[in-house]
Ligand binder design. Structure first.
Ligand code: SAM
Length: 245
């Protein structure tokens, strides 16, 4: 899968996209990430990429011409690529969005800065807009890194253990069960006995129940869209009864 990231600050991507799982995915040829400096596409002497907003107001707006030239140059190489804009007004980026984007061979991600981009960039070039949450970042770079990281986890072969992505939180609509590793005891707290029992069926049952309990406690909204069996529903009813006065 190919990612082309359009940014005014390419060095920001050193580290997050050059270490660990992403680095290995790149080295194995599963992923290709190219950074493009939007400023390289400014044509004036001072390489200006922003200007004051029409109508007045605070801050600066990213100019349409350098962004258009940058997007068009990348698109010339990748005509089928989907163009994504990072913006607080976009669709909320979540588990399903990450899985969906992993289905594309090529993504172009545009990182905004300042007060945002000239609206005509959206109108002319952008296929889809994504927000990583209801808050405002200083720029789209961190949003792009979050999105690339989450998408790469869905690329077959990118993760160390093949089933990981499918067992993680949100995969079946629930949060993941609690995890433990050695030692068995730490400062008076013990790993639950069932996890030491070697009984795989019991371990699976405990994990499912903990996932249900946890989701019900901290993200009850997720239960509406979760894939629940009759047994899951019975368990949730039991939990409800336990709380009744
Ligand atoms: N004036 C804009 C507004 O009120 O919606 C905010 C602009 S923000 C300071 C600059 C850039 O950061 C945006 O163009 C976008 O690319 C990025 N950005 C900020 N918050 C974001 C979010 N929650 N998700 C994705 N990108 C975001």
């Amino acid at each position: 899968m190919k990612f082309d990231i359009l940014t005014l600050f390419p060095p920001m991507f050193d580290g997050p996209l050059t270490e660990s799982i992403i680095r290995r995915a790149v080295e194995r040829g599963l992923v290709n990430i190219s950074l493009h400096n939007i400023r390289d596409y400014a044509t004036d002497r001072h390489r200006v990429v922003d200007d004051a907003p029409y109508g007045g107001g605070d801050g600066m707006v990213m100019k349409v011409e350098p962004l258009a030239a940058c997007i068009e140059a990348v698109k010339a190489e990748r005509p089928a690529a989907r163009v994504i804009l990072t913006t607080p007004r976009g669709r909320r980026f979540d588990h399903d969005a990450a899985r969906e984007l992993a289905g594309y061979e090529e993504l172009i991600i545009v990182c905004g800065r300042y007060e945002g981009i000239d609206e005509r960039v959206r109108d002319l070039f952008v296929d889809e807009e994504f927000s990583i949450g209801d808050f405002v970042l200083t720029g789209g770079e961190l949003a792009a890194m979050v999105m690339v990281d989450a998408v790469i986890r869905f690329i077959p072969g990118a993760l160390g253990s093949p089933g990981s992505a499918e067992c993680d939180s949100f995969a079946d609509g629930l949060l993941e069960y609690p995890q433990y590793t050695r030692p068995v005891e730490f400062r008076g707290t013990r790993v639950p006995d069932v996890l030491l029992s070697g009984n795989h069926a019991e371990v699976a049952r405990w994990r499912r129940q903990k996932a249900l309990e946890l989701t019900r406690r901290v993200r009850p909204d997720l239960l509406h869209g979760a894939e629940l069996s009759g047994r899951d529903r019975d368990y949730l009813t039991t939990l409800g009864r336990e709380e009744e006065p």
